[in-house]
Design a protein around this ligand. Structure first.
Ligand code: 5GP
Ligand code: MN
Length: 338
């Protein structure tokens, strides 16, 4: 284990930051680290580039997360980074995934450590790299570290809750990327801390608003295009539709996975107009089996990610994005055949 534990022991003010559009693993892992470090007598602040979904707000410590795009948090974020003597970068593999936080984080003189599970990490932006692409979540990397230190059995209920939630979110409730037996060994330690995994599941997946459910119906019934000869689907969502359905933050989370429930579908792409930057189309790609979403995202959409879950961006109209996505799918026609 190459984590410079001694460095951390000598520090007092720690900043934990994670990727733009933070998901369950990003927030859960960051908060687990915060609780752990606070238990060790450190000051730890979680900072995120933009707002995170409402279905993660119940997580212990979520109320103290500082959000860069929130005007009232800006000063506190600057102060926390200025005061930091150690920065943990969690659940991302390139500094540009820090979006609006990248400049301040990179300008800090504090040593940085990366804790991540994405493929091909940039090895130049943190002094210490703990990268495990074979692991299901950044939270699994943290469980692995705690286990190596013999601390997995002494973690708190809050730490265990955050770690479980993070792994559950990055594996679709253990329905993909979750075959390694060790994951369940870690989970048994987390359960022994008294966590309620059924409640955690309900908190994340069964808290939809009426708008979300109706939006889901609309997107599947009206907007989903099924490219039968390609075993692929495309769903689009514009800001105009978002307003019409009163879509709230996080309401679109997971919708990209739904078309994969259809027998034979190998690739699902969701084109989502960026709420903060109209004219930017955010793409989410999901696949089953060997189809390399990360390769498609980096070749066609300036992005990347994991083999079965990746993302990217296009600067164009929705109509143009749709054509570009169809062309990208066309160029993988051979691989998409069953
Ligand atoms: P999502 O579809 O949930 O936004 O993203 C799925 C995964 O794709 C993320 O966990 C991340 O690994 C990756 N990803 C999403 N957007 C981008 C992007 O713009 N660039 C890169 N390199 N990866 C991305
Ligand atoms: Mn993750």
């Amino acid at each position: 284990m190459n984590f410079e534990f001694k460095n951390f022991e000598l520090t007092n003010n720690i900043v934990i930051c994670t990727h733009v559009n933070p998901d369950g693993d990003a927030i859960g892992s960051s908060l687990a680290l915060k609780h752990y470090l606070e238990r060790k007598g450190k000051q730890a602040t979680v900072i995120v580039p933009n707002v995170f979904p409402d279905f993660l707000r119940w997580l212990p410590g979520a109320e103290n997360v500082l959000v860069q795009t929130n005007q009232t948090h800006k000063e506190q974020i600057k102060a926390a980074i200025d005061a930091a003597d150690f920065i943990i970068v969690c659940d991302l593999n390139q500094p540009n995934r820090l979006a609006g936080l990248e400049e301040t984080v990179m300008a800090s003189q504090a040593p940085r450590i990366l804790i991540d599970h994405h493929l091909n990490p940039d090895t130049n932006f943190c002094q210490t790299i703990v990268s495990h692409p074979e692991m299901c979540a950044a939270a699994e990397v943290i469980c692995h570290m705690l286990n190596e230190w013999g601390e997995l059995d002494s973690i708190s209920f809050e730490e265990a809750t955050c770690l479980y939630c993070a792994m559950m979110c990055d594996t679709g409730a253990f329905s993909f990327n979750s075959n390694r037996p060790i994951i369940y060994e870690y989970i048994s330690h987390l359960l022994a801390r008294g966590i309620d995994k059924d409640q955690i599941y309900r908190n994340v997946f069964w808290t939809a608003s009426e708008g979300r459910l109706r939006l889901q119906g609309y997107l599947l019934y009206v907007n989903m295009k099924v490219l039968h000869d390609r075993n692929a689907t495309i769903i689009t969502l514009t800001n105009e539709e978002r307003r019409r359905f009163k879509v709230k933050n996080g309401d679109t989370e997971g919708i990209v996975n739904i078309p994969l429930q259809m027998l034979g579908t190998r690739l699902s792409i969701f084109i989502n107009e960026d709420t903060e930057h109209p004219g930017t189309m955010k793409l989410s790609l999901r696949s089953v089996g060997d189809f390399p979403c990360d390769q498609m995202a980096s070749r066609f959409f300036g992005g990347g990610g994991h083999k079965n879950a990746s993302g990217g961006k296009l600067q164009c109209t929705m109509e143009e994005a749709l054509e570009k996505v169809k062309a990208a799918i066309g160029s993988y026609a051979d691989m998409l055949k069953v």
